[in-house]
Design a binder for this molecule. Structure first.
Ligand SMILES: CC(C)(COP(=O)(O)OP(=O)(O)OC[C@H]1O[C@@H](n2cnc3c(N)ncnc32)[C@H](O)[C@@H]1OP(=O)(O)O)[C@@H](O)C(=O)NCCC(=O)NCCS
Length: 229
């Protein structure tokens, strides 16, 4: 189960997003729990899935994160930007957390770690980046899971819980995602979540040291609402 401080700030996105979020916001200025990262008392919002929960990354997660990323390097690196020399160092991790916090305060990106409910094990991460407001109201979704947790339904569980957060809590209208055509796990995952293929962007992102074409996917708020039970 989530740690105690997290339970106090629990947001059940699946069951009653509007009411739960409303209750969470009562302790704070509207939107402040997203921008300021914590509720009064240091509690953080938690998004609950079926077997997983998501919360903001913390400095204290460093060991679990570095161990998981280190052991999964071969599994992950072919689908990601090139890792820095000091990628898994404590200093780089601290800078990463500071950047996440700054971006969240600015409403430009939201990073989450994914944990297994049964034992609080860190299993992976999801990022909502490049949040665009105004007439766009869109963000880009990224995700990864440690190799030992792959293909057990955990990322599907995590993203299914994150989608209502994007539409209901952040109030966005569209989620974009992109993957290399050869990345079948990622393409299948997006399709299973209801994302639709929208085209091919040539040499879209610098992945594993090469400018790689990407299949573009999109999920709209009204499509996501239709899919919910
Ligand atoms: C993509 C990734 C996050 C999937 O995570 P996961 O936890 O293994 O996915 P799930 O177990 O929740 O699977 C959900 C669906 O995704 C698809 N999928 C996942 N792994 C797959 C695989 N190895 N082969 C084919 N389809 C796969 C399936 O449709 C699956 O549903 P199913 O099990 O009912 O067939 C994981 O493979 C990963 O981290 N890959 C490396 C990093 C990466 O590619 N990030 C995305 C860059 S665009």
């Amino acid at each position: 189960m989530p740690p105690n401080d997290a339970i106090a700030g629990r947001i059940s996105q699946r069951t009653q997003p509007k009411r739960a979020i409303g209750a969470a916001m009562m302790h704070s200025r509207p939107m402040a729990f997203m921008r300021g990262l914590t509720f009064p008392g240091g509690q953080q919002p938690v998004i609950l899935g079926r077997d997983v929960y998501l919360r903001y990354p913390r400095i204290a997660d460093f060991h679990a994160w570095a161990e998981l990323r280190g052991e999964s390097r071969e599994f992950l690196s072919k689908w990601e930007p090139v890792w820095a020399e000091d990628e898994l160092s404590r200093g780089a991790y601290r800078r990463r957390i500071k950047r996440y916090q700054k971006e969240t305060r600015l409403d430009s990106a939201y990073a989450f770690f994914v944990f297994r409910k049964s034992d609080d094990k860190l299993m992976g991460g999801c990022t909502l980046s490049n949040v665009r407001r105004g007439v766009t109201q869109c963000c880009a979704l990224g995700y990864w899971i440690g190799s030992r947790f792959a293909r057990q339904g955990f990322m599907h569980d995590a993203l299914a819980a994150l989608v209502p957060f994007v539409f209901k809590t952040l109030g966005l209208h569209r989620i974009e995602a992109a993957c290399v055509p050869a990345n079948s796990p990622s393409r299948n995952l997006l399709s299973k979540l209801g994302f639709r293929e929208e085209g091919l962007a040539r040499k879209y992102l610098l992945i594993n040291g090469m400018w790689a074409d990407h299949v573009l996917f999109g999920l709209l708020e009204d499509e996501a609402l239709k899919m919910r039970p």
